[in-house]
Design a protein around this ligand. Structure first.
Ligand code: MG
Length: 357
């Protein structure tokens, strides 16, 4: 039987030929330093990887589950498995349609959606023979500088981490505890670089936040991220009138519908593929944020070069990048975006442009 006959007979029987193979894998990423923020402390992170194979092309995706939103690598895997039958038959050239359907079928589980989105977008761009940023019409030369993040630690280890971050022209410092001033003083004892500071909802009252931000304004800090708990929007609005430093929403802005709620209370939003469900949704959120006059930062969770490279392909659109999650791990299975003198350098190959290492 020829292939044409086979296709004709399966079509006649109402059985569509299996078009693609979809695989999931939980990957344990080992951290270079124990990573501590206000929320957690850990030695490793598990992320979900998704591979979509079709027409001789493999699209690779990843999602980092966020514990705060009751996600784990295992729940993410189950969510992907639940739509596998659909993905195997769907045509990823129609990525808007396919991802729309995935979003309709999966409730929550944003890391799972991100892993699927990135695999589909990698596949689609490879199929078209263009790098992912070209699919969005972007110029790779517009990619910004990325910060390098320094987690919460003792003053001595903070100083050591800041010295190790020497190649990065801008640092992001995690605060949100009673030790904040000691942390910033430790950083300032070894560098004069511009700093961005992330409190991860750590400050308890608007008065404490204003006092700390006013002090940070004297310390060469460019912006502050999420000073208060995500739900404290009225306090955030009050605070914004009391300080000069731009204030960014991260935990207060997860999805597109949150953007109008934080406009007016914040100067900008931190958009992450793992929070919002992938590159296509992040692109949409960037446009919405811009339409409301907000500045945009692209951020990340701790993940491999898969997610970081996907986000980097959108970075020519944003004001600030905090895309260093892959640099914090010791066993990155891929190589993609690189950093030269702090600036993100996008791979030139089709799709994400990843290479397995
Ligand atoms: Mg943050």
């Amino acid at each position: 039987m020829t292939r044409r006959d086979l296709l004709a007979s399966t079509a006649a029987a109402g059985i569509p030929p299996p078009a693609a193979v979809v695989e999931t894998e939980i990957v344990r990423l080992k951290l270079r330093h124990t990573w501590t923020t206000v929320m957690s402390s850990s030695e490793y992170r598990d992320t979900l990887h998704v591979r979509l194979r079709r027409d001789g092309i493999t699209g690779t995706g990843e999602g980092a589950p966020i514990v705060r939103y009751q996600e784990s690598a295992e729940t993410a895997r189950r969510a992907v498995e639940a739509v596998k039958e659909y993905l195997v038959q769907a045509d990823p050239r129609h990525y808007q349609k396919v991802l729309g359907e995935v979003f309709r079928r999966i409730q929550g589980e944003w890391a799972a959606k991100a892993a699927i989105d990135i695999a589909v977008m990698d596949w689609a761009a490879q199929k078209m023979g263009v790098p992912l940023h070209s699919l969005f019409g972007l110029d790779a030369r517009d990619a910004p500088v990325t910060t390098f993040s320094i987690g919460i630690d003792t003053p001595e280890i903070t100083k050591q981490k800041v010295r190790e971050a020497e190649p990065f022209p801008v640092l992001k410092i995690k605060v949100g505890l009673d030790s904040d001033e000691a942390t910033i003083e430790a950083v300032r004892s070894v560098t004069r670089k511009p700093l961005r500071v992330d409190a991860n909802e750590g400050w308890k009252s608007k008065e404490e936040a204003v006092r700390k931000i006013k002090w940070l304004e004297t310390q060469g800090v460019e912006l502050i991220e999420q000073p208060l708990a995500a739900h404290m929007l009225e306090e955030a609005r009050w605070m914004r009138g009391k300080v000069n430093m731009p204030i960014f929403a991260d935990e207060a802005c997860l999805h597109a519908e949150d953007i109008p709620k934080v406009a007016g209370a914040f100067d900008g939003v931190n958009i992450k593929l793992d929070k919002c469900g992938g590159a296509l949704e992040a692109y949409r959120m960037i446009q919405i944020a811009r339409s409301l006059g907000l500045k945009v930062m692209l951020g990340c969770m701790i993940s491999s070069s898969v997610t970081i490279t996907a986000a980097a392909h959108l970075s020519p659109l944003v004001d600030y990048a905090d895309l260093d999650g892959n640099l914090l791990i010791a066993n990155d299975p891929y190589r993609g975006v690189t950093v030269r003198q702090g600036k993100l350098v996008l791979p030139e190959g089709p799709g994400l442009g990843l290479r397995r290492v």
